[in-house]
Ligand binder design. Structure first.
Ligand code: SF4
Length: 365
């Protein structure tokens, strides 16, 4: 049976995993470069987003912002617009701020020191280790959920991996087995193994290049590890949103406030209110209080579903025709058909699509 990986075993394990990675790795755009800017961008986009979704965004983003200097001097609104569809917009804001710091303090070069990298907005331990190992060959091991799962199975570790003491143990273990001569390839090999072979629910142990060293596989408990974490219960929310439309087909967009930021990612959004009861009544009251608009003018445009972390949101859209849009300091009044030119969240996009569909079917309602 496989014992704990030590000494000569670690050396053989490294050789086997690196050889497998170099032969089996997926051909991904960010694996064809060592340019720190491109690696950094990929690592940020890949946080909480699937590879297939990142690929087209990555290409478009680099077309528009081919170098860190271009990104740094561009308006944040352009960055957010290009980020549209990827979600978690704080990543884009931090990327933009970090680009400005890199240009101002590091002569346009992503810093190679861990402490300097960690001081940049949006760069945590995992991201810094990934960028520095891949671009500069610095010996920092990555640890994320994927790598933690692989390590937990290799060593047959039970219990909640995110418990602080256990996580620190995994960090130390990841650093111990790191192939210091090829840290970039090593980190990517561990991530690739977790993404392609050592899968969360059904590990493919029969196809695994390092099965020989895996205690969980030897014990027949690979599928039971790691222990499932207790998930927060989903919270159901109904959001009633008003798409105001004036005779020139312009609409009103507001900046989301702190409470709405969880739903609209601090991007432009339609006037909206959370509804405990009937969404139309709640919205009518909101519009009356806020803009002095009459309740009878809310025409339902249909519902759509949206989810943000543990929130399951019903988006109830209403079209409200007005002679004149309310004047609100800091608001935007774009044409409804041209919203794609502004950074809006996926939730706002769904609301706009519902309204446009309704207006095309009932142009005079
Ligand atoms: Fe994961 Fe199975 Fe490979 Fe062990 S043998 S590392 S459980 S895929």
């Amino acid at each position: 049976m496989a014992g704990k990986l030590t000494g000569a075993g670690i050396a053989a394990f490294r050789r086997k995993l690196l050889a497998w990675y170099r032969g089996a790795k997926r051909d991904l755009p960010w694996r064809r470069t060592r340019d720190p800017y491109r690696i950094w961008l990929a690592e940020i986009m890949l946080q909480q987003t699937r590879v297939a979704a990142v690929i087209p965004h990555y290409a478009r983003f680099l077309d528009r912002f081919p170098a860190v200097e271009v990104l740094a001097r561009s308006p944040v609104e352009d960055v957010l617009r290009l980020w549209s569809g990827l979600g978690y917009y704080s990543r884009a804001r931090n990327l933009h701020r970090a680009a400005q710091e890199i240009v101002a303090r590091h002569a346009g070069q992503f810093p190679s020191e861990l402490s300097a990298a960690l001081a940049l907005p949006g760069i945590g331990r995992y991201t810094a280790a990934a960028i520095l190992s891949i671009t500069y060959g610095e010996p920092h091991a990555v640890l994320d959920g994927n790598v933690a799962r692989v390590l937990a199975r290799l060593d047959a570790i039970r219990g909640d991996l995110r418990a602080p003491a256990r996580w620190r143990g995994l960090e130390a273990r990841a650093q111990e087995i790191l192939a210091r001569r090829a840290p970039g390839d090593w980190n990517q090999a561990m991530m690739e193994l977790g993404a392609m072979v050592c899968l969360p629910k059904t590990p493919r142990c029969d196809a695994c290049p390092v099965r020989l060293w895996c205690r969980a596989a030897a014990l027949g408990i690979a599928g039971e590890l790691p222990a499932a974490r207790a998930k927060p219960k989903p919270v159901r929310v109904t959001l009633a949103a008003a798409v105001l439309v004036d005779p020139r087909h312009r609409t009103l967009l507001l900046q989301s406030n702190a409470r709405e930021a969880a739903l609209f990612s601090r991007l432009w959004q339609f006037p909206a209110v959370e509804a405990d009861g009937d969404p139309r009544t709640a919205l009518a009251l909101h519009l009356q209080n806020k803009f002095g608009l009459r309740a009878a003018d809310c025409v339902p445009a249909g519902d759509s579903r949206h989810s943000v972390t543990f929130r399951q949101i019903r988006l109830a859209a209403f079209v409200v025709r007005v002679k004149r849009l309310p004047r609100i300091a800091g608001a935007r009044t774009p044409k409804l058909a041209e919203l794609h030119r502004l950074p809006i969240s996926n939730a706002a996009r769904k609301i706009a699509e519902q309204a446009l569909r309704m207006l095309s079917q009932r142009p005079h309602s």
